[in-house]
Every structure is written in C-alpha cells, then in structure tokens.
Design a protein around this ligand. Structure first.
Ligand SMILES: O=C(O)CCC(=O)C(=O)O
Length: 253
C-alpha cells in the first residue's frame, strides 16, 4: 500500500516511483511470458518515433486469464490506483513495451490524456502504472517526466512519426519552468503517473532490452461518452497475491 508521503508526492508531482512492488521471481515469470508465444507476441505492433525508429508494443483491453491479467488485476496496483484517484476504477488497457537493444525507438513527449481525450473521456482521471521488467536506465531509454505537469491541463497533440506528440514549443516552455526528471527504475518497481503528466523516453542505444508492462485505469465516474474508449467499465475483481507465481509452471511446461 502506498504511504501517505507517496500519495502526497503523487499529488504534487503527478507521479510516484515505488520500488519492490514485484519480487524478482515474479518479474522472471513475466519476462518468460513476454517472449513465449501468447498474448505478448500475438498483439505486437510498431509505432515509429520521429526518427523512424520502431517502438514496439503489444496492447489489449481485456484483463485476461493469464499472468498479464494477474498483474493488471493485482491488488498491489489496483488498490493503489484507487487510492490515488480517490474512487473505484476500471481497466482501460494494458501493454507490454518492448524497447529492443540498439533498435528500440523513442516515445515522444505527450500526455496519455492527449490520446484518451479523443476516446471521449471528459476528465483526465486516468492513471498509468509502468512496471519495470528490466532495470530502466538513461542508457536503455527509461521514462522521463516533467514533475508537476499534470496541473498544466491538456496540451494540443499532433502526429510525430506514428505517435501523438504534444505541441513542442509548449513542452519546451514547461520543461524550462518545471524541469525534467529521468525515472531510472529497478526491475519490479512500479511508476504510477497521472493522465496529464508529460512523459517521453529516448531510444534504446544500449545493448540491453528495456521491457516494461504498463497498466492503465480510468475512474468509474469518467466512462467516455458515446460508447467510445477502451475496456469495460466494470469494477475490477482483484487477483490473489500469489497469482503471478502460479503461472511459473505454465512457462516451464
Ligand atoms: O515505454 C515507454 O518508454 C513509454 C511509453 C509511453 O509513453 C506510453 O505508453 O504512453
């Protein structure tokens, strides 16, 4: 459970990094499932960055009855998101981010609400939780954020490569005023960030992969109008705490 200080940090900065949310054995099971034939391999696609480098990911909206579903519905994530939003939430979507060694592309500066505004959400009451599967470092393209930018409101977004990118002039002004922080993160950590927090990541120029699993949630009071958006707006039934390790055997089999 997040502490009072962590919740306060999130409220003022728009993000909070929590170490050791998942144990090394759990991360191992997840990594094995990233490469094993299944959800993570079936749904893969690229969203090229401004330089044309491939930023590969796999994305789905249903929680699903597998190890990835066990994380998306983990009480360690869902209950913290409920606390940060001060209300119940539903699963919006989850994605495996595959930043491959030397070729994995960047993610351009954006707000997630820059994408989700177009899906009919009236409020930016969405949270993403980025779970590091490999240690995320400056060299392999860890997430970088503009602290406090969740309070700026939504900026206009246009196309940058195949991604949505925020108005660069305003992003530069925000960075000048608020600064920018690299969120280097140990494997198993969870970075919770607000739907309006500006974030980006650089290309992976190292010879190590930078894989991460990102789970996104929307407040149940913020269901998009017109039947648009992702996920089913129903409360999440959280999984038992040992659910991830139960999938260890299916990897070996
Ligand atoms: O994987 C990354 O480095 C960034 C992903 C991201 O910005 C996003 O999914 O919104």
């Amino acid at each position: 459970m997040l502490t009072f200080d962590q919740i306060q940090a999130y409220d003022s900065n728009g993000y909070v990094l929590v170490p050791d949310v998942f144990a090394p054995q759990e991360v191992e099971v997840l990594l094995a499932n990233v490469t094993k034939e299944g959800r993570a391999t079936k749904h893969q696609f690229n969203m090229a960055d401004a330089a044309g480098r491939a930023s590969k990911l796999s994305l789905w909206s249903d929680i699903g009855d597998d190890v990835f579903g066990a994380v998306s519905a983990s009480p360690r994530i869902v209950n913290n998101v409920r606390m940060l939003l001060r209300e119940d939430v539903y699963h919006w979507h989850s994605k495996v981010m595959l930043k491959e060694p030397r070729i994995g592309g960047a993610w351009e500066w954006h707000q997630d609400y820059g994408y989700w505004y177009g899906d009919g959400c009236l409020y930016p009451r969405l949270i993403s939780c980025m779970i590091a599967l490999d240690p995320a470092t400056k060299e392999n393209g860890c997430l970088k954020v503009v602290p406090g930018s969740h309070l700026l409101g939504r900026f206009d977004h246009g196309r940058v490569g195949q991604q949505a990118g925020a108005d660069q002039e305003r992003v530069n002004a925000a960075i000048e005023r608020l600064g920018m922080k690299y969120c280097e993160a140990p494997a198993g950590s969870a970075l919770f960030f607000h739907g309006n927090t500006f974030h980006a990541s650089e290309a992976n120029l190292s010879n190590k992969p930078r894989r991460a699993y990102i789970c996104c949630y929307n407040a149940l009071s913020n269901v998009p109008y017109g039947g648009k958006g992702h996920g089913r707006p129903v409360p999440i039934v959280t999984t038992p705490d040992d659910a991830i390790l139960r999938y260890a055997e299916s990897v070996v089999a």
